[in-house]
Design a protein around this ligand. Structure first.
Ligand code: GUN
Ligand code: FE
Length: 430
């Protein structure tokens, strides 16, 4: 008989989007259960009920542990792991001064593997079970990421970062080699186990029209792959795009003209948008990826979560390490809360947790596979300790509701709050 595992703790399952449905979208069980079979969630319900129906299941009781879908980071740069928290620059100088020198090191596969290992150690320790990453122009950097993710059984997304101008010579490819290398890597990795290849032009300033067109052609050949890039992060960047693409109506148009806007397009940042850009993002079904710790760290601006959600845009949440200043999706939720507050909207804990799980899954078009505690979903889980430090514990004990109990961990929690992580139902050491 197939082995079954029953996890018991506090459980929270989203049956709908809380931005649309309010907090009734969440189902909370103070003593809930998650039954796992063959790496998938087989059933959810109350612990007592599942114990009765599945007496042979091996039980792990997390007590007051808070069982959630594993966090889903919808935009990160694993090659920036070693230069996270680099001081004092805005985007363009930060790229030239810190990022590009570090990314050059990835021509050495040994270094790429070392950083990929460190990256997944850190993300898993923070409860992130799916990371969506940029790499460098080196195919070896993609191999390192996927090899490491595959050996850990992870669902993971990445693609070769393409640049054919405005970067050091050792970090540039060409329109043709970007197409050829991306295609070869896509054929090698996409659909292997739980891995997904993302076509990845870094951003319009570092790609010629020819390169954007070539990657648009590749995407048209593989529309089931995501396409990830950056959009309207800083005002200086937008002015630069205007100079480089005088014919374009706006920043988004530089991608649109190349066939790089549509369902499965993931636009990191998307802060300073025109009305036309907002309308086109919505019409085409593209996704916007909010990177709040990065936006404050690099000084980029305040994402309009409330206005964009009211327009029913598709939005995911992300760390953007190492422009982002943390590997933790808890810290990322806290920063999203703070940015929304600065724009006059208090995000509810249900909205924050949804963004970090189901919301990111939907933005990645993975909403039928990960990000929700429901039968048929992959059993990637994080178990949170809602009293992980004295400061959090003394606040949480005074809570009158689960939302009040979890909010201190969202605002003040870090990797100490990660009690356990499971990948396809199996515990990983954190
Ligand atoms: N825009 C283009 N490349 C990058 C990057 O590496 N990080 C951030 N934050 N923005 C970018
Ligand atoms: Fe980024």
């Amino acid at each position: 008989m197939t082995k079954e595992t029953l996890l018991i703790g506090q459980t929270l399952a989203f049956e709908a989007d809380p931005f649309q449905q309010g907090i009734d979208a969440a189902r909370y069980d103070s003593r809930g259960g998650i039954l796992i079979r063959d790496g998938l969630i087989a059933a959810t319900g109350t612990a007592d009920d599942l114990r009765r129906k599945h007496p042979m299941a091996e039980v792990t009781d997390y007590g007051d542990g808070f069982i959630l879908p594993g966090f889903i980071d919808a935009h990160a740069h694993y090659p920036q792991t070693a230069m996270i928290a680099s001081w004092g620059k805005r985007l363009i100088d930060w790229l030239n001064g810190y990022t590009f020198p570090e990314e050059m090191k990835f021509s050495d596969p040994k270094y790429a593997f070392e950083i990929a290992r460190t990256y997944f150690d850190l993300t898993l320790a923070n409860g992130t079970t799916t990371a969506t990453s940029f790499t460098t122009i080196h195919p070896e950097s993609v191999d390192a990421y996927f090899t490491e993710a595959q050996s850990r059984g992870l669902r993971a997304i990445a693609g070769k970062t393409c640049m054919d101008r405005n970067a050091p010579e050792r970090l540039t490819d060409t329109a043709q080699s970007a197409y050829d290398d991306s295609k070869a890597l896509l054929e090698k990795w996409h659909g292997q186990d739980r891995l997904i290849y993302a076509i990845t032009p870094r951003f319009s300033p570092t790609s010629t029209r020819e390169q954007l067109n070539a990657l648009g052609a590749l995407w048209a050949e593989h529309p089931d792959c995501p396409m990830q890039t950056h959009l309207s992060e800083q005002t200086e960047e937008i002015a630069w795009v205007r100079d480089l693409f005088p014919e374009a109506r706006d920043y988004l148009d530089t991608y649109e003209a190349a066939g790089l806007v549509g369902p499965g397009a993931l636009f990191g940042h998307a802060i300073h948008l025109t009305d036309r850009e907002r309308a086109r993002l919505k019409e085409t079904g593209a996704s916007l990826i909010h990177c709040p710790t990065s936006n404050t760290f690099i000084g980029s601006g305040l994402f309009d979560m409330d206005g964009l959600m009211r327009e029913s845009q598709t939005i995911g949440l992300a760390t953007d390490t190492g422009g982002g200043s943390s590997f933790s999706m808890l810290r990322t939720m806290a920063a999203a809360y703070e940015i929304a507050q600065l724009r006059g909207r208090a995000l509810h804990p249900a909205e924050l947790l949804w963004l970090a799980t189901s919301g990111s899954a939907r933005a990645l078009r993975l909403e039928t596979k990960i990000g929700t505690l429901a039968p048929g979903f992959e059993a990637d889980l994080v178990i949170l300790d809602l009293a992980s430090t004295p400061a959090i514990a003394q606040r949480a004990t005074r809570a009158q509701s689960i939302w009040e109990a979890v909010f201190p961990t969202i605002m003040m929690g870090d990797d100490r709050a990660i009690q356990d992580v499971r990948i396809s139902g199996k515990p990983v050491r954190v």
